[in-house]
Design a protein around this ligand. Sequence first.
Ligand code: 2RA
Length: 329
Amino acid sequence: MKVAVVGATGMVGEVMLKVLEERNFPFTELMLVASERSVGKEIKFKNKTYKVIGLADAVANKPDVALFSAGGDTSLEWAPKFAEAGTTVIDNSSAWRMDTTKKLIVPEINADQLTKADKIIANPNCSTIQLVMTLAPLHKKYGIKRIIVSTYQSITGTGLKAVKQLENELAGVKGEMAYPYPIHKNAIPHCDVFEENGYTKEEMKLVRETQKILDDRSIAVTATAVRIPTEGGHSESVNIEFENDFDVTDIRKLLSQTPGVVVQDNTDVNTYPMPIYANGKDDVFVGRIRRDGSQPNSLNLWIVSDNLRKGAATNTIQIAEYLVAHNLI
Ligand code: 2RA
């Protein structure tokens, strides 16, 4: 099994290598791929030193699977070239997610859609993954009418430039800005770029990707995405209106029985999900589960997950594991 990690020098790429090692992913050859400016850079992995190669060389080497986290433009140009060479691409950018011919996969929810014919597979946005991991079992049992989600997103979602901006602000030094404003002691309601409708692309990803993954365009979704100076993961406050009534105890039990979801919910002892706890873990943590008494059949909950792991690298590698386990690559 020849594996390429495309975007190996980025934050998600680094976590992909960590997760590949942790999960002992079965590869016989590994290619670390990045832009021309990084070609030749040496990266240590599993006690071996790898030299970063360029995209054209990687395509020519015909990997069986390419794990992409290299931005939308690179994916739009190069994913088809890898696919034409017979490689199955799993892409973390937003480039292919809403393409009607491409599948948008969270393995615990819809991996059974995958076939050998899928040569470019889209990995959902990090904030979408943790949301649908929680909503999928609830939608199946109670039917979701409407979702209101507010996110509190880690600067790691923006990348190294944002982490550096916070470091500089904490050190009191001037430096390159990842955001239009300081992020230290701040909350910026602006993730990605604004669309015509006044929402950001990040907010519309939550709307569109949730409907696609749950395969139900009737679900009404509205979102506000906010950037905050944390590093351990994305947090989300979610209000859900169901078609049917429910018992909170049953909801808690259903979520605690959902693979990949961990319920942390005991306010008597201040137990609830937080990024400092989720950091470095693959689970989606859910707490503050409580009925919304302001309208019928409605629930509030709080979701936290490490956006670089289940939100990106781990979900990508779980898709690759599924493909291997089902002889689809
Ligand atoms: C963010 N979800 O957090 C986006 C991309 N990683 O900025």
